[in-house]
Structures are given as C-alpha cells and as structure tokens.
Design a protein. Structure first.
Length: 688
C-alpha cells in the first residue's frame, strides 16, 4: 500500500490535510487517544488527482468549469456533465487494484461505508456540513467502487457550487471505513452552539439496521439529562457518560469546540467524525421582515431560508443569470421572489410582493421541491399567514417562502435554432402532463431566416388544461373533443424571435417557452453544446432523434409508466441525470430494467416514447427505438450528447421482440441478418 495513494485511517494524522483531509486527520488523532473509531483506509487527494490526470476526466472537468465561467446560465448542465464523466470514467488498472486490495480485508469483517474527506471540509472557517456525500452499508468490492464514484461526483453539485459561491474545491479525498450498525445515532456539540445550556448537548435519533443515520425525529438533550424530553426515548446512562467524557477529551485535544458524530450499539460508542463548530458563520436571519425580487436573489447566500436553502441552491444560476440574459436579449420571462416574514406581518409583506408579481395566480412554496400551494395574488397575505408554520427558521417567529408567477399560457413547448439558421418550434397545449416526459407528439413548425412559417406537423389532442388554486400542481387537464393544435404565424414568429435572441446571446440553446395572446415568454433554457442539423424533407423528416448507427439486441420495455412516475418524483431531466442519485438507482423500476439491460448483449431498448425516466439507463444502452417522440425533449438531448442512436418506429413494441438482433440507423430499423434493405423509422415497417 503506497502512502502517496492510500493511507491507513489510523495513520492519517501523519499526513497533511491537503493529502487526506481534516476529517480523516481528526479521526486518527482521536484514535491515538483510545477513542473508538472504526478502522478504515484513506484514498488520498493524490489518488483522485492522478486518476484525473491519467484519464480524460481532468479535461472534462477543466472544459466544463470554463464553460460555467463563460455561460453561468448553464451551471447545472455543466456540473451534471462532470458528474456523469466521473461515474463513467474507467480508472487506471493500478489505481483500481490498490483500492481493491485495501478494502477486501475490511469487507472480510462485514459491511463498510464510503465517506468524503475533502481537504476543504471540516475546517475552522467552513464545515461543508451536508454538502458532500457518504454511502453505505456496502457489502462487496463492486458496491464500494460504485459508491466511491458517486461520492466523488458529489463534489460537483449545485449544493456545493452554491455553498462555495462558485469556488469549488480543487482536491478530493475519501476513506472507506467499517460500518457501525446504529442503535442510536447522533451528534454531540461540545458546547451548545445556540448558547442555551452551559455544557455539551446532543441531538440523537434511534437508528435502524439498514442505514448509517438515525430514523424518526431527533431529540435534543444535554449529556447529563435523565431523559430526552416528553415521550422521548432515554439516552442510556453509559452513553451519556461516554459523550460527556468524549466532549472534554476532544476539546482538550483540539483546543476548540467541536461537533462530533457518533453511533451507539451493542458494542458501545463509535466516533465517525469530529469537526470545529462553525455555526457563527452560517446563514442568519434579516433584522426584520423582508422580500427579495429576482434581481437581488444573490443576496440570499447568507440568509436563513430553512427548507428553501436547497431550492435556492439548485436554481441559483437560473434565478440570477437566466433573467439577466433575458433582460439583455430583450425577451420576457416569469418573475420569482423570496421572503422572510413573521405571521403578523404576512399582509404587509404580501403587499410588497404584489408590486413585483403580475399574474392572477402565484405558486407559494415553503419546501425544497415541488409546488406547495397555488393562490390568487389578491389573497396572498392570507396564504402566507396560514402557511407560516410550514418552514420555521432558527427563530421560529420567522418563516421563509418562495413565490413564482403562474402564467396563464395557451401554448408551451421547445425551440432552437438549427445549423442552417432555421428555427424549429415544438408546441403543445400548455400544462398537459407528458410534455417533459416525451410522451406527447407535438405540433412542429419551422421558421426560415426570411420569417416564413412552415407547418411540419399539426398534432391532434383531446385534452386542455385550466389553472386551479389549491395544494400542488396548478394545471388540471380536462377531456375535450379531438382538436387540431395549430398556432398562428404571428405567435410562431414571436417564438422564433425569442429563440434567435437567446441563441444569439448564449451561442446555442434549447428554449422552453410558453405563449399567451400570441406573445412568447422564456420558461427555461438548456444548453446542448451544438446546433442540430436541418430537418429533411418528406414524411420521414424528424424521426431520427439521435443520429448514429448500431447493431444490438432488442430489449422491449412494455410499460414505462413507473419510470414516468420516477422522473416526476425526482425531477430527472437533462440537468438531473439521476445516475449519481442512490435513491433513483435503487428504485425497483430502474434496477429491474438496468439488470435486464446488463444481461443483454449491446441492448437496444424499445419503448413507447422517450420518457425522462429512461435517462438513467442511457449509459447502459447501445441504442433506443421509440414508437413516438420529439426532437427537443429532455431525453433526446441526453441521447445526442451521449452519442446513443435513437429513432422513431411506430408500433415498435409489436414489430420487435426481445433477443432479436437489430440495426438502427438514420435510415430506420432493420432486423439484422434478415435482408439487405432498410426500414423507415417513420412507420412503414421494419426491414427483415
């Protein structure tokens, strides 16, 4: 085992923090004082740095971070591309062999956990608490190698980017440690960070057999309390004594207050982490009720937002840069705002917000994801007062809320400028479910550089949506008689004008837009990296979703409804690829399809449409055949970016069977070895 790449955890204090990280060093120092720390091995920053240097990964990281600086609107997209590269890059053989040799003895004694030990975290100025990733329990070498990739990928997340204000750590280190199964799991602060009690204080929760974290609500007790509060489980007297002694020892050893993460089980106390308390530098409440419009949302870096912190971090670059780009390009977008308020000030805060928000209805959110409530703007004060308790801050008299305009659009869709200067516009009735998932066939228009509008496809729909106030999503579909969804030339030209303006500002972009009264507005922007080729002529035009040719084995996915549900629940998209999210990859619908794909030689996945729920499968598939689909949906962008061919073949699930050898190409789909012709991807059939 080389000290340059891999270090025993108990020897980590003999190396600098830039090599093994403060977290590993602190555990090694505690272990030398006979504090029970589970055994492990450190993968140093030199190991991760050399993997980047010896593979293409270093170039990907450099390129994408330079793109972030040049086009901040695409931050989420660039970070996602880095994470995908981390997950997909094969490590040098020697580097992998050393990791395997180091972790096999640990696994021989039971499960292990992978924990980050980034040199920048657990310092005296910034803790990075909750920013990076740990994973376990893990029971095999393959699980450990996968977890190391996912933990490393977490260095490049929206949360990390927001926490560091764009100054991401340059180095990464981690350690693999024996797992201590928790009966009780918690954190002890050697001094109360809130200053409410004089001695150490613990926050504890009761664990389970399949997690390294506690489950249920945490209780807050001093280490000398006889009980954890009304109806709370008691901390064992031996545990309270051990935590009290540990607090004294740790402060004497390190010379400052710490928060210490620990696990208690039948074998006793196990210490997992010890870092300086840095709460004084965290987000703080404003001195009074206040709200922030889009233009000033950057001021929220240092404001306590409670549950909304993650929402802000995930959308920060869009909040700031997309709106600035829209303003510079002379195009319109919807408005958002954040507010921190007391219940008694709700109406006064709402009055200020009404000067900024313009639509009849607004979305009101107290949580990190999704839409909590849709309310009429003129009743916003009532909603703020009623929802105050849904996001209490460090001072529970205050709550934080996010608000966004709801535009009563008639049409929505996607658009971009093709390589010949033509604008392609895909249009849907606004609000219909399935637009993002790729399950709907759009009306398709093109606008040439002279402004002439061409109708490539006018789709027929049998539903429309209306906006209804209440909890959750605001669009409510209603069945109608079938109708052709055509749009006026004036409306399509305005979408094209908006698209050209944004593509001119960003170099290239795929717009999500909506329109009302023939006027287009920008909803979102995704960057694909290159412009698409012009659509061909004739009935087959547009039925190649991602160019390329491949011969593989058909794998039919008969029902992708569960994958749609997964995509909606976890916001899987062109930015949220999903393969670095353990919850997504552990979902039954994903694991079953991934297992089938990995058991198939060069799998060509055959599905009804390009569901966003298929995106986590892109890296295990050789190609895709869909029965319907559109050029600009999220899945199509990912397929083109990854170089995975995909075409449309109506009735594909009837025409193709599991195990058939098939060839897909821009000419269509052919059952390999059955003939020399090529079938049309647009629906005349499949060649055999």
């Amino acid at each position: 085992m080389t000290s340059e790449w891999i270090v025993p955890l108990h020897e980590a204090d003999q190396h600098g923090p830039s090599h093994v990280g403060h977290k590993a060093r602190a555990l090694a120092r505690l272990r030398r004082c006979d504090v029970p720390v589970p055994d492990g091995v450190c993968l140093t920053s030199a190991w991760f740095g050399d993997v980047m240097r010896l593979t293409a990964l270093g170039g990907v990281v450099t390129e994408q971070l330079s793109t972030v600086r040049a086009v901040p609107t695409g931050t989420g997209r660039s970070l996602e591309l880095i994470r995908r590269a981390v997950l997909a890059t094969e490590w040098p053989e020697e580097a992998t062999a050393l990791v395997v040799a180091a972790v096999e003895p640990l696994l021989a004694d039971g499960p292990v956990v992978v924990r980050s030990s980034v040199p920048a975290e657990d310092g005296t100025d910034r803790s990075f608490a909750g920013v990076f990733h740990s994973e376990g329990p893990l029971e095999s070498v393959d699980e450990v190698l996968t977890a190391l990739r996912r933990c490393w990928a977490a260095l490049w997340t929206a949360r990390s980017y927001a926490y560091t204000r764009g100054d991401l750590p340059r180095e990464y280190a981690a350690f693999v440690q024996r797992w201590a199964e928790p009966r009780i799991h918690g954190v002890t602060f050697t001094r109360d960070p809130l200053g409410r009690v004089p001695g150490p204080v613990a926050e504890a929760s009761w664990g389970s057999s399949d997690t390294t974290e506690g489950t249920g609500a945490a209780i807050r007790v001093t280490t000398t309390d006889e009980q954890g509060g009304p109806a709370a489980p008691h901390l064992p007297a031996e545990l309270r004594a051990r935590l009290s002694g540990l607090s004294t020892l740790a402060e004497d050893l390190f010379g400052h207050a710490l928060d210490i993460e620990w696990v208690w089980n039948a074998a006793g106390l196990h210490v997992l982490q010890a870092r300086p308390i840095t709460g004084a530098g965290g987000p703080a409440l404003p001195p009074a009720d206040r709200w922030w419009p889009d233009a000033r949302v950057a001021e929220l870096y240092d404001v306590d937002l409670g549950n909304l912190r993650r929402r802000l971090e995930n959308g920060l670059q869009k909040h700031i840069w997309l709106r600035r780009q829209c303003e510079a390009a002379g195009v319109e977008t919807y408005r958002e705002a954040y507010a921190v308020y007391r219940a008694e000030s709700a109406e006064r805060v709402a009055e200020g917000l009404r000067s900024h928000l313009r639509t009849e209805f607004v979305q009101v959110n107290w949580s990190a994801r999704g839409t909590d409530q849709v309310v009429p703007l003129d009743r916003l004060g009532e909603a703020l007062a009623a929802g105050h308790a849904r996001n209490p801050l460090s001072d529970p008299a205050f709550s934080a809320v996010h608000l966004g305009e709801i535009v009563p659009a008639e049409a929505s869709g996607f658009s971009t400028v093709l390589s010949d200067g033509t604008v392609i516009v895909e249009a849907f009735p606004a609000g219909l479910p399935g637009i993002k998932e790729g399950s709907l066939v759009p009306s398709v228009f093109t606008v040439d550089e002279r402004g002439a509008v061409h109708r490539r496809n006018v789709a027929v729909f049998n539903r429309r949506c209306t906006i209804r106030p209440g909890d959750g999503w605001w669009w409510h579909p209603q069945s109608t008689a079938p109708y052709a969804f055509d749009r006026s030339d004036r409306e399509i030209r305005d979408v094209a004008r908006t698209t050209r303006a944004m593509c001119g500002a960003l170099g290239e972009a795929r717009l999500e837009w909506y329109s009302r009264a023939e006027h287009a507005m920008v909803r979102d922007v995704s960057l694909e990296g290159r412009r698409l080729h012009p659509l061909g002529a004739g009935p087959d035009a547009g039925h190649v979703i991602a160019s390329g040719s491949v011969i593989g084995t058909a794998l039919v996915v008969p029902d992708i409804a569960a994958l749609d549900d997964l995509a909606r629940a976890w916001d899987v998209s062109v930015v949220g690829f999903g393969s670095d999210n353990t919850a997504i990859m552990a979902d039954d619908a994903i694991t079953a399809t991934v297992a089938a794909a990995r058991a198939t030689d060069a799998p060509v996945i055959v599905a009804e449409y390009p569901s966003a729920g298929l995106i986590p499968l892109v890296d295990v598939a050789s190609g895709f055949v869909f029965e319907r689909g559109n050029l600009l949906c999220h899945t199509a962008i990912v397929l083109r970016e990854r170089g995975v061919p995909a075409v449309v073949l109506p009735r594909a699930r009837e025409l193709l069977r599991d195990g058939q050898s098939v060839q897909i190409s821009p000419a269509g789909v052919t059952v390999a070895g059955s003939g020399s012709g090529s079938g049309s991807g647009s629906g005349t059939g499949v060649s055999r």
